[in-house]
Ligand binder design. Sequence first.
Ligand SMILES: Nc1ncnc2c1ncn2[C@@H]1O[C@H](COP(=O)(O)OP(=O)(O)O)[C@@H](O)[C@H]1O
Ligand SMILES: [Mg+2]
Length: 245
Amino acid sequence: MAIEMIKTGVSGLDKVLKGGLRKNSSMLITGAPGTGKTIMALQFIYNGAKLYNEPGLFIATEESLDDLRSFTKNLGMDLEHMEKSGKIVLFEKPLALMKGGITSLKGLVELIKKKKIQRVALDSMIFFEYLYPKSNHNLLEYRRQVLLFMRKMKNAGVTFLTVSERKITDLDRLEYDMLDFAFEGFIVLSRIRKGSYFERILTVAKVRGQDHSLDVYPISIGKGGVNVLADQVPFSLVEKGEGFK
Ligand SMILES: Nc1ncnc2c1ncn2[C@@H]1O[C@H](COP(=O)(O)OP(=O)(O)O)[C@@H](O)[C@H]1O
Ligand SMILES: [Mg+2]
């Protein structure tokens, strides 16, 4: 069977991924706060529906839906318009409603079927940490629930993107969590300091079974959201002499 590829909807990223993502795969975007993870996850859903006609579901645990709707307007994404046209669903999972745990996700799978959802973004994995805190005795349960959720998304036939936060995003000192390897794709967002200036960068650490670029790319955030400058080398690395290794 031919492998079906889908476009991420993030400008420049499909070029770095040499074509896009495998349909029905799972992708993790990780990085420090403020690196553009939420914006990328929203682009995946918004542009997926707008440009590629794939209905999408965005599950927010970090920010309120009203906040998301208003701050994306500045980036030229009209979430409300797409919601009204029925092509995207934004879903807020306030902590108070999470008590049902994973069983409450049954409704989610039904929603996916009903709305013919093809893309799901979960912002963020914090969702599971609230339910199953990563204290020692719960670490296994936490991982088990993340894997269960991923399996549910796979069985539902959607392409799944989620977001996680980490403290250290220095690319040379990155620490991996066991769960990172459970995802088929793994993207790191970071900032590189150059004097008093920070440059935003992105690198694709892995995509299982797929050729992709391993380079580090500069990104910008502005109209349209995150834009990966797929033809450029971060100048902060060039000046360190690391761009031409
Ligand atoms: N309209 C905008 N123009 C330029 N940059 C923006 C705009 N809106 C947000 N940003 C940048 O995006 C960052 C937040 O991105 P976000 O996806 O919420 O980060 P994360 O989810 O990784 O914490 C902010 O730090 C800000 O610098
Ligand atoms: Mg965020």
